[in-house]
Structure formats: C-alpha cells, structure tokens
Design a protein around this ligand. Structure first.
Ligand code: OGA
Ligand code: MN
Length: 286
C-alpha cells in the first residue's frame, strides 16, 4: 500500500514538513490522500523526498486536489500537456536562454492571485538543479496575520487589493512582457487582503507582489500599504527556506503561503522544475 509507512516530520519551527514513505508514481489510496490533505493543512508546505515519476503521474496526483491550470503565459507550457509547466533556462536545443527561468518568480507572490480563479496549491518537481542557489523561499501567512499590529489588522479588515499579472511582470523586469492577448486574458482582479482559509478556517494575509494597490483607495496610498504589509509578511521570522535536493517534490498551499525563487548562475548553470497548479478555493472542488 502506498501510504503504509507514511512519516511526516516538521522542517523547522515556522512551517513545512518532510513526507517520507510515499512513492508518488503509484496512485494514492483514499486514506493516504486524506493524510496528505491533513498534512498540507497542518504544515502548509510538504516536501516529498526521493521522488521519480513521469508527467502522467504528476498530473494524476495533482488532479486529486482539484482542476489544473493551463497558464496564461503559454510560453512556459509543455507542448504536449498544457497542465504541466516547465520552468527552465534551457532551450529545446540544449543551449542556455541567458535569463532566469522565470524572473516573475523571484518576487514574493502567491500563484494565480492575479486571477479570479486562484491557485489552491502548486507542485514542483526538481528535474535539474543548479550547483548553488535556486532555492525557494516560503512565508507563512497565518503567522504573518497573527503578528500584525492590532491597528494595522483592523485597517486591513474588509480591504480588497487589486492583483494584476501585468503589474508584477513589469515589476520583475522579465525580458518577455505580456502580449496584448495575454493581458486581455488576465485583466486585474480584486481579492480580500485578510482571507479566511476555506479548509482550515484560519485567517491568513493574502497579498504578495501581484497586488498593485487597493480598491477604493488613492493609488499611491494603496501601493504604500501593500508594500508595508508585504514587507511585514515576508520577514525572515515567518520563512521556511527550501534548499532543493535531487528527487524533491514540493507542494504548497497558496491560500496561506507566499513564495519567491532565489537567483542562481543562469548564465552558466541549469535549473529545470516541472510544475502543476491546482485551482480553486477548497480541496476537491470541481
Ligand atoms: C512557481 C514558482 C519557484 C521556484 O513555480 O510558482 O514561483 O523556486 N517557482 O521555481
Ligand atoms: Mn510561483
């Protein structure tokens, strides 16, 4: 049985847990799936070690949690399967692209907050890792919420931030900016800054750098407030840093976690990650 020897151990004081004893190339039975869901709710970031499974198994595992996204930045999509993204600085002919695999991932964000149908969770499998750097930083938005000064928390209650992929793409300085068609497919959206997690009932800060300003507030005032809350929310005390090892498969809960990739020597070194993005508010939603 896939989950017979499932072992879940916290990775540090803030969040994240290592999961051992699972071979994700084999479909999860219902009890194991329920245990993984519980672990995700308890630890926000799960690190499955020593994994090796193909795209079909990757998609099948991800689909247990919900509907998968086909990303609007279609240059990252896998040709044969739009539910898989490859984040890589390696071109199809094997040469290097001369840019970070996704400059937009090096700012603090939560996946697809720029969309009305936002991401529930994201999964990443390490395919090729650079010799140094290329870590992923995570910040716990429950802890960040609980650490807000009461006056600031009261000020944020009921406020909605405007999220836009075009905004954060510009901010990231990515060489390839959005096409007009991509912009039309992903217009700005609003989300509440204090979010009740639909599965745990806990309150989290839901912001990050896809957020540009605040609905109903002067743009520069809103921008300053977004920046202030993001700085609070991503301070080192709320972080778990994932330093990748070969075979690592990481899943995180975008409803209560911000994340950011760190840089590496993409001029000379290679990094390829295989990703799926699970959409929706609650696990198991159609
Ligand atoms: C992502 C992302 C981080 C990384 O895939 O959504 O932000 O470290 N990736 O590649
Ligand atoms: Mn991301």
């Amino acid at each position: 049985m896939a989950g017979a020897s499932l072992a879940i151990a916290p990775l540090g004081p803030v969040m994240a847990a290592g999961v051992r004893g699972l071979d994700l190339s084999i479909p999860l039975d219902d009890a194991t799936f329920a245990a993984v869901c519980r672990a995700l709710h308890d630890h926000q970031v799960l690190v499955f070690r020593d994994q090796d499974f193909d795209e079909t198994a990757h998609v099948a595992f991800s689909r247990r949690f919900g509907v998968l996204q086909a990303h609007v930045l279609n240059q990252y999509q896998h040709r044969a399967n739009p539910e898989i993204l490859f984040l890589t600085n390696v071109l199809p002919d094997g040469t290097l692209r001369g840019e970070h695999p996704d400059p937009g991932s090096m700012i603090w964000h939560t996946d697809a907050s720029w969309s009305a149908r936002r991401a529930l969770a994201t999964t990443l499998l390490a395919v090729t890792l650079p010799k140094a750097g290329g870590d992923t930083l995570f910040a716990n938005m429950y802890a960040a919420h609980d650490g807000l000064a009461p006056a600031l928390r009261a000020r944020l209650a009921g406020l909605r931030a405007v999220h836009s992929l075009d905004h954060s793409r510009r901010l990231s300085g990515a060489r390839e900016q959005m096409t007009e068609a991509q912009k039309r497919a992903a217009p700005p959206v609003e989300h509440e800054i204090l979010r009740t997690h639909p599965d745990t009932g806990r309150t989290a800060i839901y912001l990050g750098e896809h957020a540009s300003h605040i609905a109903g507030m002067a743009e520069d005032e809103g921008r300053a407030l977004v920046q202030r809350v993001n700085a609070h929310a991503t301070q080192p005390a709320y972080r778990y840093i994932h330093r990748w090892s070969p075979g690592d498969f990481v899943m995180w809960d975008n409803r209560c976690v911000l994340h950011s990739a760190t840089d590496f020597d993409w001029r000379n070194d290679r990094r390829t990650m295989r990703r799926t993005t699970i959409l929706g508010e609650r696990i198991g939603e159609a």
